[in-house]
Ligand binder design. Structure first.
Ligand code: DGJ
Length: 547
């Protein structure tokens, strides 16, 4: 249910009413989590307060009570506030119609003990496009739960999004899960739900069953025509993207129906995650799962799935240009940017700064637990101290001020940068100021100074470093960064006008967003730019000029 604030409040009220109607269940104490949107920016609200997801996702098979003790310590090491973790259809409905939520009980109890919020990942019809997490009785009954067909007519591995029977079975189990939450989670330990995981298909672009072929030959649906201004058949409307757009529409409709049925029970924010193509490839040619909420078909998903609060990128591209472009394409006035998965190798951690710069409501490295599994080469070879610290150092700074940051960033111009290949500096204009982020500089002097020779900086050639800047006044900024130098210069200096840093204070944010000072940086700490080490800090910077 995504109809803005009034709609969200109404739905929350209706959910409370339905809860009150359940005998023996206390009224929910806390308002429902929701996403507030204004002026093209978004804030996740939890307990009616801004909330920034300092997240981490557990490994795929960590969704059992016996394994949770290997999950919570990692959350603590990371200073995370939210655990994303699967709930598998096969584990809650191992036999058709017989449900077992004992895992959920252990999970919610553990989350409460560890002061952690949860995002539940419903692994069902689609997990990385395949049905591996569907119960045995689904996987083995291809007559009732049909697989896609290849153009030659043989069975393809993925379940067909055109099967009403599969949809009804998945939806029934999902609704049971949401009812369990309604009855056991009045405080909304669970703040969001992701129905399905990386939906779509690999190896072909869509189902080629007789039913799918007939739909594909027909006109595009009216809602889609209205939203995109396109008309005619799928091929006429979408050209080379036709098969993917078609699969996107029917996959999104399927997931939207599941989300809507779940939200009718508890109206939590819900989203779908995407296995991405290369953002710079011609649409339809850059890989990714066909039909998932990938960049070329975001608009199809928006039209087909109004109950999803947003669609979200799973980022496994370490290249700064690709990652930043992906974030730019998902951060839209009609779509909050949330990164539910990003690789857990240390070099991905610098992308935190770009994510904040794009107004992300959340960020979560994938595969964060102590089970010893590693998804290298996607992520880290090993979760050694240095790798965990690359993420933990950022979360440690933001944990005490996460909600305040979300509030302030949503209300003011915000920009972030992370170190690109080659380490060139990046610049952004804020009113009369240019902010530059530079890399591989010592804290004293300049790398290329002819007067003061120096060794290369230890971060030389390494993929670390970045900064995020919020402009809180014409000449006032909040700056947080790691492994970077930040400088402010006048964008258009008047005749004889020079910039001056009037004050740089280190500190944190109080809950209302006001700055709480710890110390003032001056002298060596500001004479050579604002130099941030691998331990990020927050500065409030006041600039001025003189003539
Ligand atoms: C993306 C998926 O969404 C995750 O569940 C996981 O399979 C990773 N890929 C790879 O480790």
């Amino acid at each position: 249910m995504k109809a803005g604030l009034a709609g969200a409040a109404l739905a929350g009220w209706l959910a409370l009413c339905s809860l009150a109607a359940v005998p023996g269940i206390a009224m929910a104490q806390q308002p429902l989590p929701r996403i507030d949107s204004a002026n093209g920016k978004h804030v996740l609200m939890v307990d009616d307060k801004p909330f920034l997801v300092l997240g981490a996702q557990a490994n795929n098979s960590s969704n059992y009570p016996a394994v949770l003790p290997q999950v919570w310590p990692m959350m603590e090491r990371l200073h995370a506030n939210t655990l994303e973790i699967p709930v598998a259809w096969e584990q809650v409905e191992p036999e058709e119609g017989r449900f077992n939520f004992s895992y959920l009980e252990a999970l919610l109890n553990g989350a409460r003990e560890n002061d952690m919020r949860l995002v539940l990942l419903w692994f069902a019809t689609w997990k990385n496009t395949g049905p591996s997490y569907a119960p045995m009785w689904v996987k083995t009954d291809t007559a009732r739960f049909p697989r896609m067909r290849t153009p030659a007519g043989s069975a393809h591995y993925a379940l067909s999004p055109h099967s009403r029977t599969t949809l009804e079975a998945d939806k029934r189990a999902f609704v049971r899960l949401m009812r369990w939450l309604r009855d056991h989670d009045p405080d909304h330990t669970v703040i969001m739900v992701q129905p399905e995981n990386e939906a779509g298909v690999y190896g072909q672009k869509r189902d080629h069953s007789a039913e799918a072929n007939a739909l594909f030959a027909g006109p595009i649906p009216a809602e889609l025509a209205q939203r995109t201004g396109k008309s005619g058949s799928w091929s006429e409307a979408f050209g080379p993207l036709a098969d993917s757009a078609f699969n996107a529409w029917y996959t999104a409709r399927y997931i939207d129906e599941i989300a809507a049925a779940g939200q009718a029970v508890v109206d939590l924010p819900m989203y779908a995650n995407a296995a991405l193509s290369d953002p710079f490839a011609a649409p339809g040619t850059g890989g990714g799962a066909s039909g998932g909420p990938d960049m070329p078909v975001i608009d199809v998903w928006k039209a087909a799935a109004p109950h999803l609060d947003f669609v979200a990128p799973d980022i496994y591209m370490r290249d700064q240009r690709q990652a930043a472009e992906i974030m730019r394409l998902y951060a839209r006035p009609d779509n909050a940017l949330m990164i539910p998965e990003i690789g857990n190798a240390a070099d991905y951690a610098r992308l935190w700064w770009s994510a904040l710069g794009h107004g992300a409501i959340g960020f979560a490295p994938f595969g964060m637990d102590e089970t010893g599994y590693s998804n290298y080469p996607l992520g880290a070879k090993e979760l050694d101290e240095q790798t965990v610290e690359a993420f933990a150092s950022k979360y440690r700074l933001f944990a005490p001020m996460a909600g305040a940051w979300a509030r302030v960033a949503a209300q003011n111009p915000t920009w972030g940068a992370s170190k690109p290949a080659g380490g060139a500096s990046q610049t952004h204009r804020f009113g009369r100021w240019n902010a530059a982020v530079q890399y591989e500089e010592w804290q004293f002097g300049d790398r290329d100074s002819p007067w003061l020779e120096s060794d290369p900086h230890p971060s030389a050639g390494k993929q670390v470093g970045g900064a995020v800047i919020v402009q809180t006044g014409a000449d006032e900024f909040l700056v947080a960064a790691s492994d970077a130098r930040v400088r402010f210069t006048l964008a258009d200096a008047g005749p004889g006008e020079s910039a001056a840093m009037l004050r740089a204070e280190e500190g944190t944010l109080a809950e209302d967003g006001s700055f709480v000072m710890r110390r003032v940086w001056n002298g060596d700490q500001t004479d050579h730019g604002l130099n941030f080490t691998s331990q990020p800090v927050l500065l409030k910077v006041t600039m001025g000029s003189y003539q």
